[in-house]
Write a protein that binds this ligand. Structure first.
Ligand code: HEC
Ligand code: HEC
Length: 301
């Protein structure tokens, strides 16, 4: 009997040892991926200074940046916080103490962060929006940077990413998403799409405004990107409920957060309060594009 117990002890002990070694290796891989430095050719984007461009930059930032960086863009502490995984603060985008406007030394630093998902040292940042902002045209990106430089400075020091060892292991195992810098296309130049109420511009709006982050790459639904929150986003292709909506009903849904059937969209999951600021033509364009995509069945797990 004693012998059997001894053997069980040895087997369990060795398994535990193996697990610790495997965990340690994954942790080291995670660390080196998070500390890898990237370099991309400069975009040489010319940041505009005219009123109209700055106003357009404000309009974009209102729907695309405020949700994660706060109304005054001074950053949100514990923007992501899940006990055993660690925390992430979103950055202060103003020129106040602790803000990127104070720390960045060139316009190219903004481009690196927003288009490529890296900080001025070339290290990847955990900003999921880069999957969208990496598609912004040179023109729109320039307008956003121009606007950021005009926002009132706010003093606020933020701490960026603080991942635990467990988070680094899960990241290597693919349970946590990739860093955007590892996955986006890293274009040097992106031509503007002609603005208008047409499907082509709608596709640009969908690509640059996070719709695919939640509704899936083919827009037929998908799991919520934050793995600590369980939610499947609905199908936006003609295979889903939108097939029964009119353009007006679509626009009304985004503006009010209530669907034609009276369902109230939970703004904790679907950021309609950011999107309600879209211009009419932008919403019309999105509608036309959604109507033109292949009809697919709802994504299920
Ligand atoms: C889905 C949430 C989200 C959205 C939307 C978002 N950001 Fe961020 N952003 C973050 C987080 C989180 C960080 C901190 C990442 C880190 O430290 O790893 C960050 C960091 C940054 C940084 C600092 C990078 C550095 O040097 O460390 C800049 C600049 C930035 N964001 C600009 C923008 C702009 C401009 C927009 C709108 C076009 C935007 N962000 C939209 C979440 C977001
Ligand atoms: C952060 C995740 C997220 C993003 C980003 C997002 N959505 Fe959603 N969306 C959801 C979720 C989740 C729901 C379901 C909400 C509910 O039922 O309370 C939803 C619901 C909707 C609905 C209602 C669909 C129906 O069948 O009732 C429409 C329309 C919609 N989203 C369009 C969009 C468009 C267009 C974009 C991009 C401009 C977008 N969403 C971006 C998560 C998201």
């Amino acid at each position: 009997m004693k012998k059997v117990l001894k053997w069980i002890g040895i087997v369990l002990g060795s398994l535990l040892g193996l697990l610790l070694v495997a965990g340690g290796i994954l942790y080291l891989i995670g660390n080196s991926r998070l500390n890898k430095t990237y370099d991309f050719p400069p975009s040489n984007i010319v940041v505009p200074t005219d009123e109209a461009s700055i106003e357009f930059g404000r309009h974009r930032a209102e729907s695309l940046c405020e949700g994660c960086h706060g109304k005054d863009l001074s950053g949100i502490e514990n923007w992501f916080s899940a006990g055993p995984l660690g925390t992430i603060d979103s950055a202060n985008l103003t020129a106040g103490e602790g803000g990127v406007g104070k720390e960045y030394t060139s316009d190219e630093d903004y481009v690196r962060a927003i288009r490529h998902g890296i900080d001025p040292d070339g290290k990847p940042i955990f900003m999921p929006a880069v999957f969208s902002t990496s598609h912004l045209s040179d023109e729109d990106l320039g307008a956003i940077i121009a606007y950021l430089k005009t926002v009132p400075p706010v003093e606020h020091k933020t701490n960026g990413q603080n991942f635990t060892a467990l988070a680094k292991i899960l990241y290597v195992l693919g349970v946590l998403p990739q860093m955007p810098a590892e996955a986006v296309s890293h274009e040097t130049h992106i031509a503007a799409v002609e603005v208008g109420a047409n499907a082509e511009y709608g596709e640009y709006m969908v690509n640059t405004n996070d719709c695919r982050l939640c509704h899936g790459k083919d827009l037929n639904g998908g799991p919520f990107p934050d793995p600590t929150r369980i939610k499947i986003s609905p199908n936006l292709t003609p295979g889903g409920e939108l097939a029964f909506w009119s353009e007006d009903e679509f626009i009304n849904t985004i503006r009010t957060g209530t669907t034609p059937s009276g369902h109230e969209l939970d703004s904790e999951f679907m950021p309609w309060k950011d999107y309600r600021n879209f211009y009419d033509d932008e919403l019309k364009a999105i509608w036309l594009y959604l109507q033109s995509v292949p009809s697919l069945l709802q994504y299920t797990e």
